[in-house]
Design a protein around this ligand. Structure first.
Ligand code: CS2
Ligand code: MG
Length: 403
């Protein structure tokens, strides 16, 4: 089999998505997700200018060799743009391979290790009572795991706590970046109060999660971890900016609060210290940013040796294609932990016909050959690219900060 053509489709059915479509001389096609939120067009250029020309004529079944060819062959290794481009190609190749085998992708990854995939969804609110109300409703909708975030009183709503993140509904993804305000000393005492009220309302059978979004220093994160211990959270996510993996040693010394990190990582080398020193409990890499099916499976197998579980990043900007690949990996591996799932706009669901399905807190893998997600190009054509940025964050004195 030979690759005859590769098309890059950019569309914005609520969020911008970059989708790779690979054609072969045997008529089989495959698709992959290559979206980097807020930097979409740089991946399009990387693919169209640098990867498409060198892949035409190659054998699409050689998924490992093509992955290494693009990774080692570039000389400039790793990085979000390179790895999203490789991810998009890799997903499309696995799609073709599984279609050629006439099997759902999970069969090629070892077969089913579980029947369904537990997900968590998000609840945000401007104050604690709004969040509690949202968590109760989410629980009634069947969720066994819920992430809770609250705005800081006296400051404008921050990312993850305000209105919808769907750019079509006036959320915080905007045509130019909004500037948010952050104050650690106001946040730290608030979060334990939130979880006390949430536990009072929904009890102890439900898994509760919280995302710090990289905003603390290690010792601040350690304090928060200790203060949250009475509420037994499933995890504390992205407590610090994780470029300095050793920072997690400080947090780990002080608290038994389980820790999750990794949504911005794109290679196994970004998490080597965190995993080998068992500084975290869940690794949040996802197929679209960590090297496709090949990269994700390699990282999760590595993590399994150190008792670290999977927790694929899965917000709205991880397209239904990458979500489909995640679900196949989640279903196949032994060390599955949880899958993030925000759901999508109706337009996004129309654009990506798929065999996976969501039902009351769980995702179910599809049985169609390949990864089971397709793209309807007629629908895609109705939603052209629309510039969209994530916010940035400043301290109250105007200084830039992590978010
Ligand atoms: C978040 C994301 O899902 C999460 O845990 O941290 O909303 C993240 O900010 C976005 O995916 C960035 O594109
Ligand atoms: Mg996060």
């Amino acid at each position: 089999m030979k690759i005859t053509d590769i098309k890059i489709i950019v569309a914005s059915p609520g969020r911008n998505f970059v989708t790779v479509k690979i054609y072969t001389d045997e008529g089989l096609t495959g698709i992959g997700d290559a979206t980097v939120n807020g930097r979409e067009k740089s991946v399009v250029a990387y693919l169209e200018d640098h990867l498409v020309p060198i892949l035409i004529g190659k054998d699409p079944m050689r998924t490992e060799d093509i992955w290494q060819y693009l990774y080692k062959g570039a000389y400039w290794r790793r990085g979000p743009i390179t790895m999203a481009a490789i991810s998009g190609i890799d997903m499309a190749l696995w799609d073709i391979k599984a279609k050629a085998a006439n099997m759902p992708l999970y069969q090629l990854l070892g077969g089913k290790s579980r029947d369904k995939v537990m997900v968590y969804k998000h609840v945000g609110g401007l104050d604690i009572s709004e969040v509690v109300e949202g968590v109760v409703k989410m629980r009634e909708a069947g969720l066994d795991a819920i992430r809770a975030q609250v705005s800081i009183p006296g400051l404008p709503p921050i990312y993850g706590t305000g209105p919808s993140l769907d750019q079509t509904k006036g959320g915080m993804i905007t045509a130019l970046p909004t500037e948010e305000v952050w104050a650690t000393h106001k946040y730290l005492p608030l979060v334990p109060k939130l979880f006390e009220k949430v536990r009072d309302a929904v009890g102890w059978d439900v898994h509760l999660l919280h995302d710090v979004h990289h905003r603390l220093t290690p010792i601040e994160a350690a304090r928060l971890g200790k203060d949250l211990e009475p509420f037994r959270l499933f995890w504390l996510e992205d407590a610090v900016a994780a470029e300095l993996q050793e920072g997690f040693r400080i947090i780990r010394q002080h608290t038994t609060q389980p820790l999750a990190v990794g949504e911005v990582f794109n290679s196994i080398y970004d998490l080597q210290t965190l995993i080998t020193e068992q500084l975290i409990d869940y690794i949040r890499v996802t197929s679209v940013h960590a090297g496709g099916v090949t990269g994700l499976k390699r990282i999760f197998d590595f993590a399994a040796i150190y008792h670290v579980r999977s927790a694929c990043h899965g917000p709205m900007d991880v397209s239904p294609v990458a979500m489909g690949c995640n679900i196949h990996v989640d279903t196949a591996i032994n060390n599955f932990g949880i899958q993030e799932f925000s759901g999508y706009t109706e337009e996004t669901y129309d654009m990506f016909p798929r065999s996976w399905r969501y039902e009351r807190g769980y995702l179910h893998v599809g049985e169609t050959p390949g990864h089971g997600v397709d793209i309807d190009e007629k629908v895609a054509a109705k939603f052209p690219y629309s510039p969209a940025y994530l916010p940035v964050a400043r301290l109250e004195d105007g200084g830039m900060t992590s978010w």
